[in-house]
Design a protein around this ligand. Structure first.
Ligand code: PLP
Length: 370
């Protein structure tokens, strides 16, 4: 964001939903149009092209009215006939495993210690072991585990999967990194890369996006029980006509169009660099205040920093204090609820926003005599 005049200070330092710029919010209030109209077709074609650029892909990008979990389900229903390997190093890897089981697939869960990354050698070992019992249709892995602030090297993971088992599809959840971290889908060979609107894209919740390779469509032809709403073959037919099978979320797509223009105006490289810089800043703040970083070194997220609560502060009280200045951070996830706190720096957050947050957090720590 370049125009500080129109960008209000950020309120939400939680890992989604994130603050949405005023003109993006306002775009949703425009009157309805028919979704079988020329106007909608051109809106759709415009955002489709911009999304392909943002995914660094020549593959199609499906736009669905759902949250990210909907696309977890779509990926499994379309790409898996029999067996899928779910790598679980946090809550959202676990979610994808539950979705796989819910879709009645033979889902093999591979647990990786939380707060650490899924690494290529872990994937290679688990895949080779699973292949001994028959083919593996796909692997699922979360690029940026929002629950722990860990980023896994999905490009390297895709490379080892290709080498060991070329027919195994590589499915990546980029829900909390996409548009904040560069994910070159084609260069890395990701068959599915999915995300949702309410994180680093800085849009209201309700839309989800998925870059899908030809290999996935070829697989889908052979998979029974794809359902209807998320059937990629259905979505593909509509995409050819710049539309969607069911009524699209027109207002959200208008917001998407305005926000994509902001993103390209900032410049993709500048946007990715801003997120990396803010992550460094958050890590530095935490360490200088005597906290430890929870996520494994070398794999720390650019969009959310997971701080181990080594000073044993009350995160609830801290948030009460921040609320007096209309700001909010997140506690740790699940069992880490009081043991960690998470500072999200994704979307339209600036250095000034982070400085304002840290000033308020410092004031709270000083008041506690801590
Ligand atoms: N994957 C990751 C990494 C997430 O952070 C989330 C939500 O926080 C999800 C999946 C689920 O996405 P949604 O809430 O959009 O369904």
């Amino acid at each position: 964001p370049t125009d500080t005049q129109t960008k209000p200070a950020q309120r939400l330092f939680i890992p989604g939903p994130t603050d949405v710029l005023p003109d993006v919010l306002a775009a949703q209030t425009a009157p309805m149009i028919g979704h079988r109209s020329d106007e909608f077709e051109s809106l759709f074609a415009k955002v489709e092209k911009q999304l392909q650029e943002l995914f660094f892909t020549q593959n199609r990008v499906y736009i669905v009215a759902a949250s990210g979990s909907g696309l977890h389900e779509a990926a499994i229903r379309n790409g898996v006939r029999g067996r899928v390997l779910n790598f679980v190093n946090g809550a959202f890897g676990q979610r994808w495993h539950q979705v796989s089981l819910g879709c009645d697939k033979e889902a093999i869960r591979v647990d990786v210690t939380w707060n650490t990354a899924v690494k290529p050698e872990i994937v290679a070992e688990a895949l080779e072991k699973a292949l001994a019992d028959g083919p593996v249709d796909a692997i699922t892995v979360v690029h940026n585990e929002t629950s722990t602030g860990v980023m896994s090297p999905v490009g390297e993971i895709a490379a080892v999967v290709r080498e060991i088992s070329p027919e195994t599809l590589v499915m990546v959840d980029a829900v909390s990194s996409f548009a904040g971290v560069k994910i070159p889908v084609d260069e890395w060979g990701l068959d599915i890369c999915l995300t949702s609107s309410q994180k680093a894209l800085a849009l209201p919740p309700g839309l989800a996006f998925c870059a899908v390779s030809d290999r996935v469509l070829a697989r889908a032809e052979t998979v029974k029980g794809r359902g209807w709403y998320f059937d990629f073959l259905n979505l593909e037919k509509s995409l050819q006509k710049s539309t969607t099978p069911a009524t699209p979320a027109i207002s959200l797509m208008r917001a998407l169009s305005v926000q994509l223009d902001h993103i390209f105006a900032e410049g993709l490289e500048a946007r990715f660099a801003r997120h990396a810089r803010l992550a460094q800043k958050a890590q530095r703040w935490a360490v200088e205040r005597g906290f430890e970083l929870a996520a494994e070194e070398g794999y720390r997220s650019h969009t959310v920093t997971n701080v181990a609560n080594t000073r044993n502060i009350s995160i609830k009280e801290l948030n009460r204090h921040l609320a007096t200045q209309d700001m909010q951070i997140s506690n740790g996830y699940g069992i880490f609820k009081d043991k960690a706190f998470r500072l999200a720096h994704m979307g339209e957050v600036t250095d000034q926003d982070m400085d304002r947050l840290f000033a308020a957090m410092d004031a709270y720590l000083a008041r506690q005599g801590q």
